[in-house]
Design a protein around this ligand. Structure first.
Ligand code: TGC
Ligand code: FAD
Length: 390
């Protein structure tokens, strides 16, 4: 059976351009051919399938909206979203790799870097020859990155970087890290740290039950000498990393729909075929309630993501609007995964079906890029004008 029957209950395809559909369909067939057949095995053995890097680059997943002169695909924000949706039908961990590379590594170099930095790094990041990671979170500063203690001091011809980052996607194999650290005045800046610099190490984080096919690690800086030309000069302060998060969170709002669609589609097929008490369980009221609510929630999430994409294309999407979509859509996906798991009964807990893997992955997605609570508080702040963080 075709594994990827996408629900499109409100005929959203009619709102997509030919280019959107081409980009989406290319990503969809690549995921079906190169990701879905192998991903369960890699998740079970907790290994990142590095052989898919070339394919991710080919479908435009590395820097979809970065201009072609720097190697990017030069697509709009809806195409970017659709690519993330298709990749996350495959696996949230694979989408993480693409999100980090595009929005957390290429975007800051593009938006805050010098022309030399753009030319030096962006083309090889777009082609996947170079892989990057993004170091914001620290052991003692997760939701509150402004409290970070990683720091650098000016040593005349270079900077000296000290500190540690935790929970960093792609860290174990990344060639470069975009690292956020405070200078002597306590101002946050981005620095490009390269593998091989003395005093820089990236130990892997083991024993995860979630995002098992994605490599996560630490970044440790022990008196690392960073050349001065590796500082991103275009923007400083907490707003610089938060600006990258706007773009990554937007991609996640679309990505989560992919995971939800895969769970829904699997459950719908299973319910149609599974016979108990002499009839398909899809004919029982309780299972219909679950399936009907799933497709309703997916449809609402699609509309939210699509409208947000339009606003993003026009440069009008606010951080708070992005928070609402990330929070709603990831929560929608995790609820659907849990319900879909139940529809499959005992089979739902096995690796024969993708649901349990999506469900466990989404436990990370609901926490990273701002937790479910943090996004609610961003909405609360936006509508009341009073920050609950201070
Ligand atoms: P706050 O006072 O609100 O802001 C500090 C400064 O930043 C400015 N700003 C923004 N600028 C640009 N874009 C945005 N979205 C911005 N949001 C805020 C703001 O104007 C201010 O500027 P200035 O000049 O006045 O200093 O900061 P706060 O300390 O109160 O924090 C607010 C809060 C809690 C919302 C923020 O810290 C937050 O979002 N926390 C969550 C942390 C988070 O999301 N971490 C994610 C780490 S990366 C990750 O998880 C990658 S997973 C990737 C994967 O595998 O897919
Ligand atoms: P904490 O901030 O300690 O939060 C713990 C709990 O307290 C949460 O429920 C939170 O919602 C709640 N809480 C916190 N503050 C408040 C408040 N003011 N009011 C009410 N409740 C509050 N980070 C990177 O920089 N780069 C990466 O590539 C990256 N990849 C990741 C990959 C994975 C698999 C995971 C799990 C995380 C990754 N992260 C990454 C880190 C991620 O962004 C953080 O885990 C997240 O921001 C939450 O921080 P924390 O884990 O320290 O939780």
């Amino acid at each position: 059976p075709d594994l990827f029957e996408a629900p499109d209950y409100y005929l959203l395809d009619d709102l997509l351009s030919e280019e959107h559909k081409l980009v989406r369909d290319a990503a969809r067939s690549w995921v079906k051919r190169d990701v879905s057949p192998i991903i369960e095995e890699y998740a079970q053995k907790a290994e990142f399938p590095s052989q898919i890097i070339g394919g991710l680059a080919e479908i435009g997943a590395f820097g979809p909206y970065i201009p072609p002169e720097y190697g990017g695909a030069g697509l709009d924000q809806i195409s970017y979203g659709l690519i993330m949706q298709e990749i996350e039908r495959g696996d949230s961990g694979v989408r993480s790799t693409a999100s980090v590379q595009s929005s957390l590594v290429m975007y800051p170099i593009y938006a805050y870097g010098t022309e030399e930095q753009r030319k030096k790094y962006l083309p090889s990041l777009a082609s996947g020859e170079m892989m990057g990671c993004f170091g914001l979170t620290e052991p003692d500063h997760g939701s509150n990155p402004g409290g970070m203690t990683t720091n650098f001091s000016d040593k005349g011809d270079h900077y000296l970087l000290n500190g540690a980052k935790l929970w960093i996607s792609n860290a174990p194999f990344a060639d470069i890290a975009v690292v956020w650290a405070k200078n002597e005045e306590g101002r946050i800046h981005g620095l490009i740290v390269e593998r091989g610099m003395e005093g820089f190490s990236t130990p892997e984080t083991h024993n995860k039950w979630s995002l098992r096919a994605s490599a996560t690690g630490e970044l440790i800086f022990d008196n690392v000498k960073v050349p001065k030309e590796n500082l991103l000069p275009g923007k400083s302060g907490l707003g610089a990393p938060l600006g990258c998060l706007d773009s990554a969170r937007y991609g996640i709002a679309w990505g989560a729909i992919g995971a939800a669609m895969d769970c829904y589609d699997t459950a719908l097929r299973y319910a149609g075929q599974r016979v108990q008490f002499d009839k398909p369980i899809a004919g029982t009221q309780l299972q219909q309630k679950k399936l009907a609510e799933m497709v309703t929630e997916i449809t609402k999430a699609q509309l939210l993501a699509f409208r947000l994409g339009q606003l993003k294309n026009e440069g009008r999407a606010t951080t708070a609007q992005i928070s609402m979509a990330k929070r709603n859509n990831v929560d929608m996906a995790i609820s659907i995964a849990r319900e879909a798991r139940q529809i499959l009964g005992g089979m739902g807990i096995t690796g024969e079906y993708p649901i349990m893997r999506h469900m466990m992955n989404l436990e990370s997605v609901i926490t990273y890029e701002g937790t479910h609570d943090i996004h609610l508080l961003i909405t609360g702040w936006d509508i009341t004008g009073i920050s609950a963080f201070k």
